[in-house]
Ligand binder design. Structure first.
Ligand SMILES: [Zn+2]
Length: 490
C-alpha cells in the first residue's frame, strides 16, 4: 500500500522504516528520533474531531450483511464506522490509502494476563503445576504497583502493534488497591479497548488459589463505583472469579452473586486440572450467559452441553494449553455444544503474544481433532472445518460476543465503533492475495499489521505504533522485569 503521511512526503517511506533495519521491529516498531516526531504528528492529527477515510482496501467486514468487498472505502467519523462502500467522497477527511491491503475488524484477544509482559519468555518449559507454583506462588508477590502499570502498558501496546484492539485483561495481582489502580492506568495510557477483569491478589497462592475460602476482594465495589462509573468507555469492568476449581462452593456462590449485583460479566479458569467445575456451577444454580470459561480442556460432554445451553462462552488459549499439559484445546467441543467461541494469548511468560499465532494454532488443532476419527477408521476426510472465515469470526465477532461487546465491536458494521486493523497484502509473506480471509488467518503475522484504529483513533500507522507514554521507554519494562525475577530468585 502507498504512503500518504508527512513521512512519505519527506521522502522517507514506510518500507524504509520497517524493512531497512531490525530496529523498527525489535523495539515494538516504535519510531525513534525525528521519525517519531513525524509519525506522532501524522497519527495525532488524524482524528482531531474530523473524519478518517480508509480508501481502496479489500474490506473483510465479518458482517453477514456486508460480506467481503474486493475494493471499498471505510468512512470513520466521531470514532464510529459510518459507511462502507466504494468511492466515498469525504472532503477534508484524513485519508489512509489501503490499496493492496486487507481491512478487518480489530482482533479480540479474549484472555490475557497482561501484567506478565515484564516476565516475557521465562516459562516456555514449565508445566501447569510449575507455573502455579512459580508464577502465582512467587513472581506475582514481587510485583509492585509500578510493575503492574508497566506490564499492562507495554503488554497492551504490543497487542495494538499486533492488530488486537480489544483485550480481556485477567488481572490476578490485585495485591493492593494501588496495584489495581496502576494496572488500569496502564491500559488507559495504552489506548486499548479492554475488559479489565479484576481478580484476586497474587501475594499468597495457597490462600487465594487452593480451595480458597476467602471471598473475592471487596475492592471491586470501589472499582465499579470510581473507576468504571459508566459502561460505554474504552475500559469496562469484569470479575476474574476463581470458581469451583480453585475456591469453595460458598466462595464461588458469593463471588458470582457479587458480580451479578454489580452487573458485570465473570471469567473463570475451569477444566484445565480436571472435570467437574461446570457441573458444580450447575448444582449451585449459577450457570448463565454472563459466564466466560477459560481453557475448559477436561470438561465432560455433559458439561459442554451445560455451557452451551446456558449461553456461556469459551476462551481457548491453544498454545499454552498444549504446552502446559492442560489437555487438547476444547473450542470445537464448546462450539458443537452451542457455546460462544473465542481465542486468547493467556501468558506471554510462555507463548507468542499475537492472535495470528493463537488463532492459527487453535483452529488447526480443532481441525486435527475433527479429522482424527476418519484417520483412525482408515478413511479420508470429506471436508475441512472450521473454515478460514469461521476462524476469523473466532478472533473478531465471536470474541466480542464472549466479552459482551458485540453490539459495539467485532465486525466492520456502520454504527459500530471504529476498531480496525489494516494488513499489508503486498509483503513477501502475504502476496499475492487470492483470498483475503485465508491471507489473514493462515499467512499474515504481526509484521504485516500496517495500521490500527481503536475507537477511531489511529494507534499504529505505516507499521509504527504511536504511544506518547511508552515511546522510547521500553527500558523501564526491562528493568522492572529483571528486578522481579532477581527478587524471586529465578
Ligand atoms: Zn489465564
Amino acid at each position: 500500500m502507498a504512503d500518504d503521511t508527512d513521512a512519505s512526503k519527506a521522502g522517507v517511506s514506510r518500507r524504509s522504516y520497517l524493512k531497512a533495519g531490525a530496529a523498527g521491529l525489535a523495539s515494538l516498531s516504535f519510531a525513534s528520533g525525528a521519525a517519531a516526531g513525524r509519525e506522532a504528528e501524522a497519527a495525532g492529527t488524524a482524528n482531531a474531531g474530523g473524519a478518517t477515510l480508509i480508501r481502496d482496501g479489500t474490506v473483510v467486514t465479518v458482517d453477514p450483511d456486508h460480506g467481503v468487498y474486493d475494493t471499498a472505502d471505510v468512512l470513520v467519523r466521531g470514532g464510529e464506522i459510518r459507511r462502507i462502500e466504494p468511492n466515498i467522497a469525504a472532503p477534508g477527511a484524513d485519508v489512509i490509502d489501503a490499496s493492496g491491503a486487507i481491512v478487518v475488524p480489530g482482533f479480540v484477544n479474549a484472555h490475557l494476563h497482561t501484567w506478565e509482559s515484564g516476565v516475557r519468555g521465562v516459562a516456555g518449559n514449565w508445566t501447569f503445576m510449575e507455573y502455579l507454583e512459580k508464577m502465582l506462588g512467587n513472581i506475582s508477590s514481587h510485583y509492585r504497583p509500578e510493575d503492574a502499570y508497566l506490564g499492562n502498558l507495554f503488554g497492551a501496546v504490543q497487542q495494538l502493534n499486533a492488530g488486537t484492539t480489544t483485550i480481556l485483561d485477567w488481572f490476578h495481582i490485585a495485591n493492593t488497591p494501588d496495584h489495581t489502580d496502576r494496572a488500569i492506568d496502564g491500559l488507559q495510557d495504552a489506548g486499548v479497548r479492554a475488559l479489565f477483569t479484576h481478580g484476586p491478589p497474587g501475594d499468597n497462592s495457597a490462600k487465594w488459589w487452593e480451595n480458597s475460602s476467602v471471598p473475592h476482594p471487596d475492592d471491586i465495589r470501589r472499582l465499579a463505583r470510581e473507576r468504571f462509573p459508566s459502561d460505554d468507555g474504552l475500559l469496562t469492568l469484569a470479575m476474574g472469579a476463581r470458581g469451583p476449581d480453585y475456591s469453595t462452593d460458598e466462595v464461588t456462590r458469593h463471588d458470582i452473586e457479587l458480580a451479578r449485583e454489580l452487573g458485570i460479566p465473570v471469567s473463570i479458569h475451569i477444566g484445565s486440572l480436571g472435570p467437574g467445575g461446570v457441573a458444580t456451577l450447575d448444582d449451585l444454580d449459577l450457570l448463565g450467559s454472563d459466564l466466560n470459561y477459560v481453557h475448559a480442556n477436561r470438561l465432560t460432554d455433559e458439561e459442554f452441553r451445560l455451557m452451551g445451553a446456558s449461553g456461556g462462552s469459551i476462551s481457548t488459549t491453544a498454545e499454552v494449553e498444549l504446552q502446559m499439559g492442560m489437555g487438547m484445546p476444547a473450542i470445537g467441543d464448546a462450539v458443537d455444544a452451542g457455546a460462544t467461541p473465542s481465542v486468547g494469548v493467556d501468558i506471554v511468560s510462555n507463548v507468542s503474544d499475537d492472535l495470528f499465532t493463537q488463532l492459527r494454532t487453535a483452529v488447526q488443532v480443532e481441525r486435527g481433532l475433527r479429522n482424527q476419527p476418519a484417520v483412525e477408521r482408515g478413511e479420508q476426510i470429506q471436508d475441512v472445518t472450521p473454515t478460514a472465515h469461521r476462524a476469523l469470526e473466532y478472533a473478531t465477532i465471536e470474541g466480542a460476543r464472549a466479552l459482551g461487546l458485540a453490539d459495539r465491536i467485532g465486525s466492520l458494521t456502520p454504527g459500530k465503533r471504529a476498531d480496525i486493523t489494516i494488513i499489508d497484502g503486498e509483503d513477501l509473506n502475504t502476496a499475492p492475495v487470492h483470498d483475503p480471509v485465508e491471507t489473514v488467518v493462515f499467512q499474515a503475522g504481526v509484521e504485516n499489521v500496517d495500521t490500527v484504529l481503536v475507537d477511531g483513533t489511529v494507534v499504529k500507522r505505516n507499521g509504527l505504533v504511536h504511544n506518547a507514554t511508552a515511546q522510547n521507554h521500553l527500558d523501564r519494562l526491562e528493568q522492572s522485569g529483571r528486578r522481579i525475577l532477581r527478587e524471586a530468585g529465578l
